[in-house]
Design a protein around this ligand. Sequence first.
Ligand code: XLS
Ligand code: NI
Ligand code: NI
Length: 443
Amino acid sequence: MADTIFSSFETVKYEGPSSEKALAYRWYDADRVVLGKPLKDHLRFAVAYWHSLAMQGGDPFGGPTIQRPWFAAGDPIAQAKVKADAAFELFRVVGLPFFCFHDADIAPGGETLAETLKNFHIMVDYLEEKLSKYSTKLLWGTANLFSHPRFMAGASTNPDPEVFAWCAATVKNCMDATKRLGGSNYVLWGGREGYETLLNTNMKQELDQMGRFLTLVVEYKHKIGFDGQILIEPKPKEPTAHQYDFDVATVYGFLKRYGLEKEVKVNIEANHALLAGHTFEHEIALAAAHGILGSLDVNRGDALLGWDTDQFPNELWSLTLSMYHVIKAGGLKQGGCNFDAKVRRQSFTPEDLIHAHVGGADICARAFLTAAKLIEDGRYDAILEQRYAGWKSPEAAAILEGKVSLDQIEAMALKNGINPQPRSGKQEQIENLLARLIYSDTL
Ligand code: XLS
Ligand code: NI
Ligand code: NI
C-alpha cells in the first residue's frame, strides 16, 4: 500500500474516560451496546472528504495554509489518487466507519462535461478498489453544483437550461457512483439555489425548476433501484441572502408542494440550524415530526461570527438534546453523523485532523450515551407525558381524531363547565434534571 501522510499513525482506540492519551477515544466505544445495538451502528460516523482532504485553509483574507502532497503540481488524476490513498489511511487512523464525498472532491474537473465525467469515472473505479481493501463504507455521495463559475446563477434554478442539463448529467453520474460504491444516501445541498436580488429573479420559475429537478432525481433513483435515501440539506444565508432550502420547515413545504414528501428526507446540519435562527435539536425534532429525518451533519458554528464556520462539535448540551430527539424518532437508520467540519487554518498538520475527529466523535458519543441514559432514567419523559396527559381522555382524543366539529366542541365545553387553570411548565426543574445527567461523568 502506498505510503501517505497518515500511514505512520496507529488506529485510534477506545481507552475509556480516564485515559490521558491525547489520541484515544474516551467515550466513543464503538462496540458498546446501548439501546440494543453497538454505538457505531447508532452514530454511523463519517469523515467528510471535502473538509479533510480537499480544503486548503484559505479564507477571504488569505490563501492556502494547508500543504498536502496532492495539492502540488502534477498530473491531476495522479494527484487525485494520492489524495484517495491518504483519505483511506485517514479513515483507518480515526477508526470511523464511513465517509462522504462530492464529485469535485475526488476527481479533477475537465474542460468539457465529457472530460469531467471521464475523470470522475476513473476516480470512482479507484475508490471502488480502495473500498474493497479497507473496512470504510460510503455514507453518502453528492455533487458539487456550487463552486464552478458556471453555477453562479444557480444549479437547477439557473436561468440557463444548459446549466440545468449539466447538473442533471452530473447528478445522474453521482447517483450511479453512489449506488455502485454502496452508499446509504444521496445528498443535495442547494448551494447556489437561491438569489442575490429579486430584481433579476423569477422566483416561481426557479422553484418550479428545482421541483422538476428533484422529481427527476427521485424517478432516477427508482429507475436504477438505488435503495439509499434522497436527502436535501437545508441551509439559510450562505452563499446567497435568500436560500430556497432555508430550514427544515421550508424544505418540508417545498416537498409537499411538489409531492415529494414521501420520497425525500433531510440531512440536518448543526450550524445551518443556528444560522436559520433555530437549534440543532429544533430542526431534528421538526424533521422527526414530519417523518423526514434522514441524516446529520454534525459540526458547530461560532456564535460571535454568524457564518458557516464548520468547526468540529464540542458542546454537550445541545448535542445531547439532539441525540435525545434522534433516539425518540427511532434513530438515524440509513443516515449517520457526518463530520461536516474542518480544522482551522492554523491547524495544518495531519495530526490536527486526527485530533479533530477524535474530539468530535467523543463528544457525539458522550451526548448519545447521555441521551440514552436520560431515556432510561424516565423522569424527563414522565414530565412530558404528564404535561399532555389531558389529551388521552376520550373527549379530547375525539377532537384530534376529527370526530367532532367546532360547534360540538363548544357544546361540550359549556356542558362540562370547563375552567382551565394555569399549570407550571417546569422548565427549571427539567433544566436541572438534564444538567445533572449531562455533566455527570458516569455514563
Ligand atoms: C455547506 C454544506 C455542504 C454539504 C454538502 O455548507 O454543509 O458541505 O454538506 O454539499
Ligand atoms: Ni455547511
Ligand atoms: Ni453540510
